[in-house]
Structure formats: C-alpha cells, structure tokens
Design a protein around this ligand. Structure first.
Ligand SMILES: [Zn+2]
Length: 141
C-alpha cells in the first residue's frame, strides 16, 4: 500500500473527549458512566445527559455492537476518504451509539442489526475505532 494518500480529517479532542481518544490509542474503547444512575454514554461530557449528575467514571466497552443505521457514501468528499465507504451509527452492547465506519466487507453487504466488533485503525496522529462484521454471539435461534 502507498502512503501517498492525504491524511483524512482528524478528530478534534476536547477536555471531555481526550480520554476516549487516549483509550483508542491503547486499542481500547470506553465511554463515560454516571455514578448516580448508571447510564453509560457517548460522547463524554461534563455531566450525565440522563440525570445531570457530574459524578462520572469510566465505562469500559467490549467493542461489540450492531448496525443501528448506516449510509453508503459513493462520492468522495475528501482525498483521504476514497469512496465508496460506509458511515454507520453503531449501537454498542453497553448501550451508547457511536458514529463510525464499517470496514472489512463490501458496502452492499452491510445490513441493519448486523453484528460488529471494533477494529482499531491508524489515521494520521490518531487511532480510530472502526467496525467489522462479527459472528453472532451465541445462537439466537
Ligand atoms: Zn445519570
């Protein structure tokens, strides 16, 4: 592979989201957890979006989830993001939803409710959490 491709737009961490990106650098996925009501949420912020408590801790995430919604981008909007690619809203098994990409399969193979697992990929100065198809966890039927 060539390294000639331009770097895609990079995340812009702030004081609240920096720990999320630091965890990605360690190939780990984490959200914020409310110590008062137990809500696990993304993106991290100054307080719980459910009860407004500022008593927060880290909620480790398994990296497993499902396609909640998605779109196939067939036109490139940046030279570092060649089309086609899939932008998906991934519902993680702990509850939070994360906007990411589905990789490791043809865009046409992505389906709503498709099981996914996280796959960390370097992008410029960052390690990004993307998702690839996963086997069903246990038999559903
Ligand atoms: Zn709360």
């Amino acid at each position: 592979m060539s390294d000639a491709a331009p770097t895609p737009p990079q995340p812009q961490p702030d004081a609240y989201t920096q720990p999320f990106w630091d965890a990605c650098q360690r190939q780990s996925l984490e959200a914020a957890r409310c110590e008062d009501c137990g809500h696990c949420f993304l993106p991290p912020g100054p307080c719980c979006p459910q009860c407004w408590s500022a008593e927060l801790s880290v909620c480790p995430l398994s990296g497993r989830g499902r396609v909640y919604s998605f779109g196939i981008y067939r036109r490139s909007y940046h030279p570092g993001l060649p089309a086609p690619y899939v932008v998906a809203l991934v519902e993680l098994e702990e509850g939070p939803r994360l906007v990411s990409n589905v990789v490791g399969c043809m865009p046409e193979d992505v389906r709503i409710d498709m099981p996914l697992r996280v796959r960390f990929e370097a992008s410029g100065e960052f390690v990004l959490p993307r998702f690839e198809p996963a086997e069903e966890e246990g038999a559903r039927r």
